[in-house]
Design a protein around this ligand. Sequence first.
Ligand SMILES: Cc1cc2nc3c(=O)[nH]c(=O)nc-3n(C[C@H](O)[C@H](O)[C@H](O)COP(=O)(O)OP(=O)(O)OC[C@H]3O[C@@H](n4cnc5c(N)ncnc54)[C@H](O)[C@@H]3O)c2cc1C
Length: 442
Amino acid sequence: MAPLSILIVGSGIAGPTLASFLLLSPLPPHELPHITILERSPGPRVQGQNVDIRGAGMAVIRKLGLEAAVRAATTGEEGVQFVDERNRVWAAFAADKSGRVQTGTSDVEILRGPLAKILWRRNMALSEEVEREGGVGVEYVFDEYLGSLEQDGGKCHVRFGKSGKRRSFDIVVGADGLQSRTRRQAFGDADENVRGDDGGKERVKRLGMYGAFFSMPKGETDTMWKRWFTAPRRRVIMVRPHQDKDKSTVFMWVVNEQDPRFRFVATQGVDAQKALLAEYFVDAGWESGRIIEEMAMADDFYYDMVAQVHMDKWSEERVVLLGDAGYCASPISGMGTTLALVGAYNLAGALIQHPDDIPAAFAAYETSMRHVVSKAQNLPLGPRQPYLISPETAYGVWKMRTAFAFVYWTGLAKVMFMLKGPPANAVPVEDYGFKQAAEWCE
Ligand SMILES: Cc1cc2nc3c(=O)[nH]c(=O)nc-3n(C[C@H](O)[C@H](O)[C@H](O)COP(=O)(O)OP(=O)(O)OC[C@H]3O[C@@H](n4cnc5c(N)ncnc54)[C@H](O)[C@@H]3O)c2cc1C
């Protein structure tokens, strides 16, 4: 049987990870799948700020021989401190460095950019190795996007949006993130964003929260702790350590479903996004003046709505969704990157176990991921979590700080994290017989 031809749309976290495991399958090099990765940005998309790798996600990193490379690139974040307008700490929850209890801070905190770069370079190195041994390896197509996608039972026929080129593949994997075009092409647009409109299923479930990530020069008050400041009118700023010790990172958000501009600016470019956030945070207090000034100058600013993707199934004939495209859990779950890594591992494993039966492979992938995805999407404080952690009034902010201080001073935090922490230690990482990649470090 000819090797499978696979198109992976998106070279973020999940895409290159899937390609690497497909190349680590125990097949001889000339029988390995022919993989094409399509990425709309001109090179690997290496932007983004702090993400967590937890439990099973780290097991996947080890299988790729990347533990040393990833640990060398972490930010060293110590934990989270809840601060007030005068920067007084009301409560502090440290990272559990053993990785046994999943607190708000993972034992492996890393910036998305370096992680994406490590995964991409690992994949390139494996691809070169396969080519040297007589296989085909991975073809990266940058600065190009999925234009259209049709299926005829046996094959997927795609048209690249920029060049207009037409190509056919046995399988298409949508690893193109929260706003996945592959998802809309394969599953239709009807259920995409329907809340309140026609009572449909609401595939992309908005959490009412709009956030931005960027980095800035490290200030005098910045430490190795994440400082979390909440202002009334549901505004939050987090300042966190960066991998580069001269910098800090910012994640700021507003929970607001009344002002339509938050949705509108998502398509309007960075200047409109920065202007709207500056308008909202100008009177937030604490270090908001500095944050707004730095935001204006940031060249790595990234804005998006915070949402989850809920789907009854992740495949449609020969198209399958992976990572945020199929089951985004949102940045507040702390599980997005771990789900992308484990999902890629399990999808590659399922394809190895069922090489001649694509529907069976996709079903096995679903079975391996369904449980952990629904646990990760079930936010500890429920679907209203964004509202509960971002109070409307000054009294609400005081009550929240008091509750955190109570949990901190009574030592209840550990019990709560054990009961309600991100479910990354509950994910089994099955052995599919992949070759262990050699340890790799830049
Ligand atoms: C630029 C960027 C910055 C981010 N910053 C943060 C952050 O600071 N903190 C955080 O918690 N999460 C962040 N995220 C989200 C985080 O990366 C994901 O939640 C998680 O890691 C899952 O990864 P993924 O591979 O499924 O999706 P992603 O990492 O989102 O990768 C999707 C990839 O698909 C590409 N793509 C999208 N559409 C197309 C198309 N039509 N054709 C071809 N390629 C396409 C994108 O350019 C991207 O490279 C960011 C995502 C991006 C894209």
